[in-house]
Design a protein around this ligand. Sequence first.
Ligand code: DGT
Ligand code: CA
Ligand code: CA
Length: 582
Amino acid sequence: MLQTVPAQHQVNQTIATVFNEIADLLEVEDANPFRVRAYRNAARVIDGMAEGVDVMLARGADLAELPGIGTDLAAKMREIVETGTCSMLVRVRGEVPQSMVQLLQLPGLGPKRARMLQHELGITTLDDLAKAATTHQIRALHGFGTQSEQRLLQAVSARLERHRRYGLVVAKPCAEALTRYLQASGTVEQLVVAGSYRRGLDTIGDLDLLVTARNAALVIEYFVQYREVASRISAGTTRASVVLKNGMQIDLRVVKPAAFGAALVYFTGSKPHNIALRKIAQAQGLKINEYGVFRDSERIAGQTEASVYRAVGLPWICPELREDQGELEAARKGMLPTLVEERDAKGDLHVHTTASDGTASLEAMAEQARRRGLQYLAITDHSPRIAVTHGLTAERLAAQADAIDRFNAEHEGWPVLLKGVEVDILEDGSLDLPDAVLGRLDLVIGAVHSHFILPMEKQTTRILRAIDHPHFSILAHPLGRLIGERNACNVDLKRVLKAIAERGCYVEANAQPARLDLSDYGCRLAKATGVLVSIASDAHSPADLANLAFGVTQARRGWLEQADVLNTRPLNALLALLKGTM
Ligand code: DGT
Ligand code: CA
Ligand code: CA
């Protein structure tokens, strides 16, 4: 006999899901429990109805007559049917921190338990939860036990693993500390951090360490005892995986010296590069894998990366290029680019001092530039618009320009300081300082620091208008992204770069590790458009001048050569190029 199953209405389910989420969020906010219950009851009623809410509305039914649904909820149901969303949900989502919303999405963690974790242990993010679970703080709470702690740990690890990518601000110190630790053991011979880290990607999923050692077991044992390890995923005879306290996963593999180069190629990736390389080998009757290059069963290469590439008829390819974006074709034709290097940079065209939001004086910044062997350093403090940066008014900027002239006159043999400014591009595309003072400078960097969210056409027109300004030189951090915090603006980058080329201006590859903006892709686009790129530290302290290296890596990933980079020009050539913009 057939059972009658209540009809599943897509619309009803959508409404029920929205109401349940609103209830969850209100509960986290400590809202009136009656209000919370009203949304939950309504969700249950709607989910169980035999007729679709859309059908009911179409026949003119009064939703407010449904059990537990008043005029307010009825209006929201109509809104969801008509618009597919609910403005109330959008609003409460905005009120509850995003990290809390993520916690609530974990299976087995409702608002009551989430609130308890927050009150008892201060847990408000997935990271907090992972930490508390790995250190067994949760099992002691009332209503939680060992089992639910383990289930939560699994759920949160899976979620973090799937979504979490780490900026270089976290990944680099992490990789360097681990490298020092392993090298200090004396058990490791060669050691390379491979994977996306070696390719110089701007974010890292996990770290892939490759080592050679006489005694693999010893290395593994030492590795899993690293003080930053929060949990072990696996530990075998030649490989191990752990999760660190900051949530980052580390894979370690111990390989034979004869296979080190092959393993390095394999675990540096990228996967698409590996696959394309394998096809090239196959076409020559060769087999390539992480153990070597083989003809039949004979290993013909594998000890070094160069030997692996040579065996398939190619020159060695820089890790930054290994994305299957044309590098194998270029290698085959002998047309690989000679990528720009950090030592090619003759100066830095974007730094701040205590005059705005920097932490060091003009003299201290110059001193550090001298130590780093730079020929020139552009002082580019903020304009007044954004109050927190203590931006320079026209008068203060003029005074700073005088001070720079004096400094240069009194410091022969030092890096030459250039008079610049990082001027705000206002919402309408005008600049935040008068022409008269801008005209006196060596360069004008323009940047967006407000109204990041605008429709693409508006945002693009705004920037185009700024570039058209008679004194505009360089567009700083063009997309305004902050890795892991703020998405790139909605801008037609191709159009912007084309305008920059036509106007004879330049674009910046901001080297702050949280910005990296232009990105690798943007650098390549700039080159294709014929725009020179200023790789700039955007230093706010003397130590920040070292950021330049991060920018150089992205530029290399964007195929840039020395000639493609503005600040590889010696001072006189640079000044001539900047003069063209002013
Ligand atoms: P990530 O960790 O997401 O930032 O990116 P990767 O590139 O480090 O990727 P990961 O850690 O999954 O793997 C490291 C390298 O191992 C990867 O770049 C290429 C290689 N690899 C991993 N899985 C495969 C595969 O299925 N086939 C091939 N050919 N190579 C692979
Ligand atoms: Ca990786
Ligand atoms: Ca990995």
